[in-house]
Design a protein around this ligand. Structure first.
Ligand code: CMC
Length: 428
């Protein structure tokens, strides 16, 4: 017999079904609770609330497991490439050779963005953060493809929006960087693969031949794969929530980009490098900064440490730490902040404050160091995260739509003033 949860409120018993996932995760289904009892549940930060069932990504924070569509992240990072993983996330299966070629070619057909988008780009000051530009330009795709606003788009039309987004986001991302340095933009080169094309749009100069370094391409593929999905995190929940109002894929992903920008989420990779630079400039004493992170009167936090769900280790951080070592040695880079990062990690992992609170390095602790070694400027780190997370957002938006999920609308417990009469301004 399936499990039942019993809840007693005001002396009355309510029986609630228990839902079990394929990896034996369990949830109490409270869908009927309010209608039956008048009660709601309260869970700030949604720490214990499952907002949906999903067949895309599984993670076990206690055991440090992460898999996409059942395939362990370690295998995908080692053996696959980003476009194959994107296909897997979006369509649910590993593609055949033909399917992968078709997907890849379709993306190549759509890498150009409308020239009018350059006019919008030109309107941004060069000091504009590339995440702001990215979010704005992705949202503006709705103006160029108004049919995407139709909530009743056919499967083929949705697929075209997906392809367009996968194709154009790297172009827009590279252009947002070019804007920040005041350089002319580079157009896509469709002879190149996804990662190489992005790199040439970022780094090629009209006056020089640009050769893509395979070490860099490999590292970029790994980083993008590791970031490709992470189930119901802040930005992904945002994408699903916005999409649940029947907003277009472009608007939903634009909202996800804004959520990702925050330093407690995707912005952490930028914050990590800024923190390591700060420690270096201060003389490199990691112990001093460990003490600051522990001091409750000091707002300083060890960026790149701690995670809402991983409580033993972040499997992505394990892969990325090794990639950081490999990339730096292959490129012959000796970055002093990598040494500071390792000292900090060592010190924190042996400190009771961090051990007791289960605070371990997360994916962002080392990703910034790799991006720096690849020549990607700090302001662009979160954009790189967005580039990686895109297939996850798309897959989650598509799943939410296909499951016909209802509009997301949380409840609240009101704690403000009870009813009172309006007082005219002269009497206040
Ligand atoms: N440095 C120092 N103390 C910390 C840190 C940290 N990085 N993270 C958590 N704590 C302490 C916190 O002060 C609290 O202590 P106490 O119990 O004494 O009040 C305890 O650990 C629990 O922290 P919390 O804020 O309740 O944990 P949370 O699950 O709400 O927050 C987090 C998770 C990731 C926002 C947080 O650990 C943090 O701010 N980390 C730094 C930012 C960061 O690296 N973010 C990237 C996350 S990975 C990328 C992604 O997937 O988005």
């Amino acid at each position: 017999m399936s499990e039942i949860a019993e809840i007693i409120l005001d002396g009355q018993s309510y029986k609630l079904p228990v839902v079990e996932g394929t990896e034996n995760e369990k949830a109490i289904d409270i869908n009927a609770l309010r209608a039956q009892s008048g009660y709601i549940t309260l869970d700030s930060g949604y720490k214990n609330t499952g907002a949906t069932t999903s067949a895309i990504t599984f993670l076990d924070g206690e055991k440090g497991i992460l898999s996409y569509r059942g395939y362990p992240i370690e295998q995908l990072a080692e053996k696959s490439n980003f476009i194959e993983v994107a296909y897997l996330l979006i369509y649910g299966v590993l593609p055949t050779t033909q399917e992968l070629e078709d997907f890849s070619n379709k993306i190549k057909m759509h890498t150009l963005v409308n020239e009018d988008m350059r006019k919008i780009l030109d309107g941004f000051p060069s000091a504009a953060h590339p995440m702001g530009i990215l979010s704005a330009l992705i949202s503006s795709l709705t103006a160029f493809y108004p049919e995407s606003l139709n909530p009743n788009q056919s499967k083929e039309e949705v697929d075209l929006s997906i392809i367009r987004l996968m194709a154009k986001l790297p172009t827009i991302a590279a252009w947002s960087y070019k804007n920040s340095v005041g350089h002319p933009v580079n157009y896509p080169n469709n002879k190149l693969d996804y990662a190489s094309n992005f790199l040439q749009m970022m780094f090629a100069f009209p006056t020089e031949d640009y050769e893509v370094n395979p070490v860099v391409v490999d590292a970029l593929n790994k980083l993008l794969i590791l970031h490709a999905d992470h189930e119901q995190n802040c930005s992904t929940s945002t994408v699903r929530l916005v999409g649940s109002a029947n907003a277009s894929l472009y608007s939903s992903v634009s909202a996800g980009i804004s959520a990702l920008w925050g330093p407690l989420h995707g912005g952490a990779n930028q914050a990590v490098i800024e923190m390591l630079e700060q420690i270096k400039a201060d003389g490199g004493d990691s112990k001093k900064f460990i003490a600051k992170a522990k001091d409750k009167d000091d707002p300083f936090r060890l960026m790149g440490f701690g995670h809402r769900v991983y409580k033993n280790f972040d499997p992505r951080a394990k892969i990325i730490k090794k990639t950081a070592d490999d990339v730096l040695s292959a490129l012959g880079i000796n970055d002093p902040i990598l040494t500071i990062a390792k000292e900090l990690e060592e010190a924190a992992l042996n400190d009771p404050y961090f051990v007791e609170r289960k605070l371990y390095p997360n994916v962002d602790f080392y990703s910034g160091i790799i991006y720096r070694a690849l020549g990607i400027p700090t302001d662009m780190f979160t954009v790189m995260f967005a580039l990686g997370r895109l297939p996850g957002w798309i897959a989650q938006w598509k799943e939410m739509r296909e499951n016909k999920e209802p509009i997301g609308r949380p409840r609240q417990i009101y704690i403000g003033e009870t009813e009172r009469n309006y007082v005219p301004i002269e009497k206040r």
